[in-house]
Each structure stands twice: as structure tokens, then as C-alpha cells.
Design a protein. Structure first.
Ligand code: CUA
Length: 317
């Protein structure tokens, strides 16, 4: 607080303190050099001012120690900034493996959340305290940006691809979620809140909320309704590759390349099946572009992941 003004948002995530520490370090270094430069300019202007019309400056012959000093110190400082910044960047971009997942679809002008349990929320995201949460996001229209300043995270939400962010809340409460990328007339109204609850309260909230079917079960429905099962569920014997256990595994393509079957690859293969064709399969799958919304694609992905979890049990009917 300074003159009643809050200079910094609240620190409500595990990373908030570390982001602030780096920012303060950069600020301190900048202020120190601004001070040093201004001071030197003023002192030298007075000390070495021209005192008479006849005065001529002395030639300078350089100084190796001085040259080394003002090369090595800034180099060291810049490397500290680089190392620290890179470390923090990676920490902020790599969700812990045990993070709970939430899917986000942004559209003009709202935030839609889907929990793996099947629970859906609009402009409100309930999460438990002290547990890392990974958000996987995409947009149905313009580029938006998922920003929660109290957690020090901000990530663009881009149509046609998935982006992720993660946070672990450290204080119960409500935190403002804002759109941090101009996305149209009601951009400023595209706000929501993240509600951080103690684990017991969160469990109670989960129980009390309307129970839909799980995300994976919803995905299974989409899978059946769109005829995917006809080709993909015969454990490799059908016209399409089996999907059991495929998530996160390497896939060999017709081009000889190998890719990992992650969210982005599976999404592309649903919407543009011929883009990265699996080796040994003919290019016969129709595109589901325009037939499936982003939320349904998310549900399909959850279903495919669930096949990975319980292997062939569900896959071989
Ligand atoms: Cu969405 Cu700005």
C-alpha cells in the first residue's frame, strides 16, 4: 500500500512471490543504473565544465581495468536476468504432473469451463486450495487471454489450438479473471472469478452441484453419435487405428515422421484427419470440422484419454 493505493495485486498462488521477486530485482537494477547515470552526468557536467575560452581537453588513452569492469559487471547482471527469467518461464509453463485438469473454451464474451467430472461453469471457476490446476484452453472466435493477476498468470487463448497455463492457489477467496487481449466491443466485460475453496468445502461444492455425466462419458456419446466407433474401436482390425492407450504415445505417420498423440495432435486429427495421417491407414476419414464445437472436441479428447487409462477394457466391446 502506498498512499492508499495498491501497487501490487494480491499474491495468491505459489508462483506469485517468485514472479514479484524477479520483477523487483529488474526494477532495482534499473533504478540503480538510472541513478548512477544521472548522478554521473550531473557530477561530470559540473566538474569537467569548460572554464575558459582557451581551454583544450586532454587526450585520453583508455584504461583496460575500466573497460573490463564495465563489460564484466553488465554481462554478469544480464546473465543473472536471463537465467532467472528462463527458469521462471519454464516453471510457469510446465504444469506439475499431478495437476487437476480443467478445460476452458473462450468465446465473445464469456469463459466456459468444463471439469473432468462433467461439471460445467460459466465465468466462474471453482478450484481447491493447495492443489495445482492445469487449464487447457481454446477459443471459438477471436484471440482472448486468460489472466488472473492475483496468481500472476496470463496466457493467450487462440482459436484452432490449445494453450495451457497452471496455478496452485495459496489462499481461499475469490480472484478476478479477466480477458487480457482486446477481443471486441465487450472485451472489458469478459470477466469472471476464480473461487478458491478449502478442500472440504470444495468436496461439498462438488457434491452439491448438479451432476451431469463425466467429460469422458460425454465424449463417448459424441464418439458414438458421429460414427467414430465404426472404424476406431476394433482394436486395430478396423479401417482406422485403434485409440486404446494411444494418448501420450508416439504415433508413426505415413510420411515416416513420428509425433506424440497429445491434445493438439488428436484435435488436429479430428478436425483435419489427413493433415498427419497414421502410417498404414488410407486417407478415408471425413473431417468433423463444422460438425463439432470446441467443447465436444474437448469431450472426445477426455474419452480418448480415458481409453488410455483403462487400456483395452473399454476399447474392445
Ligand atoms: Cu476476450 Cu478480450
Amino acid at each position: 500500500m502506498l498512499f492508499g493505493l495498491r501497487l501490487f495485486p494480491e499474491q495468491a498462488s505459489t508462483m506469485a512471490g517468485q514472479v514479484d521477486a524477479l520483477l523487483l530485482f529488474l526494477l532495482a537494477v534499473s533504478l540503480f543504473f538510472i541513478g548512477l547515470i544521472f548522478l554521473t552526468v550531473i557530477v561530470f557536467a559540473i566538474r569537467y565544465r569548460r572554464r575558459s575560452e582557451a581551454e583544450r581537453p586532454q587526450p585520453i588513452h583508455g584504461s583496460l581495468p575500466l573497460e573490463l569492469l564495465w563489460t564484466i559487471i553488465p554481462l554478469g547482471l544480464a546473465l543473472v536476468m536471463f537465467g532467472w527469467g528462463a527458469w521462471l518461464y519454464f516453471a510457469l509453463n510446465r504444469p506439475p504432473a499431478d495437476a487437476m485438469e480443467v478445460f476452458v473454451v473462450a468465446k465473445q464474451w464469456m469463459w466456459k469451463f468444463q471439469h473432468p467430472s462433467g461439471m460445467r461453469e460459466i465465468n466462474e471457476l471453482h478450484v481447491p486450495l493447495g492443489r495445482p490446476v492445469k487449464v487447457t484452453m481454446t477459443s471459438e472466435d477471436a484471440i482472448h487471454s486468460f489472466g488472473v493477476s492475483d496468481f500472476r498468470i496470463k496466457m493467450d487463448v487462440v482459436p484452432g489450438r490449445y494453450t495451457t497455463a497452471w496455478f496452485e492457489a495459496t489462499k481461499p477467496g475469490e480472484y478476478r479473471l479477466g480477458c487480457a487481449e482486446y477481443c471486441g466491443t465487450e472485451h472489458a466485460k469478459m470477466v469472471g472469478r476464480v473461487v478458491v475453496m478449502r478442500p472440504e468445502a470444495y468436496e461439498a461444492w462438488l457434491r452439491g452441484a448438479p451432476t451431469g455425466i463425466s467429460l469422458a462419458a460425454a465424449g463417448e456419446k459424441v464418439f458414438q453419435q458421429n460414427g467414430c466407433a465404426a472404424c476406431h474401436l476394433s482394436a486395430g482390425a478396423g479401417p482406422g487405428p485403434s485409440l486404446a492407450g494411444i494418448f501420450g504415445k508416439p504415433v508413426k505417420l505415413a510420411t515416416g515422421q513420428t509425433v506424440t498423440a497429445d491434445d493438439a495432435y488428436l484435435r488436429e486429427s479430428i478436425l483435419d484427419p489427413q493433415a498427419k495421417l497414421v502410417a498404414g491407414y488410407p486417407p478415408i476419414m471425413p473431417s468433423l470440422k463444422g460438425m463439432l464445437g470446441e467443447e465436444q472436441v474437448t469431450q472426445l479428447l477426455a474419452y480418448i484419454k480415458s481409453l488410455a487409462a483403462d487400456q483395452k477394457a473399454k476399447a474392445a466391446p
